[in-house]
Design a protein around this ligand. Sequence first.
Ligand code: FAD
Length: 349
Amino acid sequence: MNIDELFDVTIIGGGPAGLYSAFYSGLREMKTKIIEFQPQLGGKIHVYPEKMIWDVGGLSPIPGAKLIEQLVQQGLTFDPEVVLNEKIVSVSRDQDGIFLLKTASGVVHYSRTVIVAVGGGILTPQKLDIEGAERFEIANLNYTVKSLQHFKNKTVVISGGGNSAIDWANELESIAKKVYLTYRKDSLNGHEAQITQLMESSCDCYFNSTITKLIAGENHELIQQVELTNSETGEVTYLEIDEVIINHGYERDSALLQNSELKIEMEEDFYVKGSANSESSVPGLYAAGDILKHDGKLHLIAGAFQDAANAVNKAKQFIQPDALKYGMVSSHNDAFKERNRELVKELIK
Ligand SMILES: Cc1cc2nc3c(=O)[nH]c(=O)nc-3n(C[C@H](O)[C@H](O)[C@H](O)COP(=O)(O)OP(=O)(O)OC[C@H]3O[C@@H](n4cnc5c(N)ncnc54)[C@H](O)[C@@H]3O)c2cc1C
């Protein structure tokens, strides 16, 4: 290992927890790297870019995509190294205590400390179990709603009965020409108020029903009809549609912690069992965000920020035991002197 390759803090995952960790780690003057599996930073918020987020302290309601933009801007304030499209598959330690983070492509990253900010693991939507369905994914078979505008004045069928499916149905109901919802069970599985809203809307719901066939139009490129089969009655229904949205949940790849040589204590076989200060059972390895579990854990973006600052402060003291326990508040932190000058100039222009 070349010394240039050694980082003080390496953060696995570039969601809200990872990005705020990167910001705070820069604030505490540590050489920082973020490694993210996806081709972009932002984490799970990419699942709901157009949903309004109300519960991040100090922010007026903000769409997911805008929050990602701001989180990324803040996360990159101190120019951390960012590695995208790389999945960390194991974490180990050499004889000098340096962490070795191995990627799926065989590259090894070296770090004095690690912050695990992998959220719910790598999320992949559960695909529709119909042969050949994947060929419509570039056309009108959707696994997420990236843009509500895309569905404007269209006839849409949504398959799924959980909170996200119900939520999308409610949101699209006023935008689309017609919304159908089909669910394999006999009742929906979401928040009561959302179910009531849906049942009182113009959306037609088919219960005990699944999509059994996708029928293409003449050009063979777009799905034109879906066949629904009722598992109770055997009745078959055909719906003429423009777009299909599948929301059957996510598969989560959480192999990282299980595969690692280090004995990281876990909870429910998935979460890092941590302290309220974001420490794990492995000294020098911390966790932040949805992956962390302790009694006071708050599973919100706001909670991820606190975990991140705690993890960074602990990492700082791990590397430099005589360092201050906490970073100085930003309003009179020297790290921002230069930038503040620029900002003040802008303000009084
Ligand atoms: C539909 C929906 C709506 C929500 N609304 C709100 C809301 O209004 N307010 C709120 O506070 N919270 C909300 N949440 C929850 C919020 O999104 C999460 O709490 C937050 O994203 C957690 O951040 P995180 O950084 O811990 O994890 P994530 O955002 O999940 O980010 C983890 C990142 O780690 C990456 N990763 C995972 N494994 C690896 C690996 N092995 N190698 C490299 N990278 C890896 C992933 O690709 C991902 O980008 C909502 C969630 C959903 C699904």
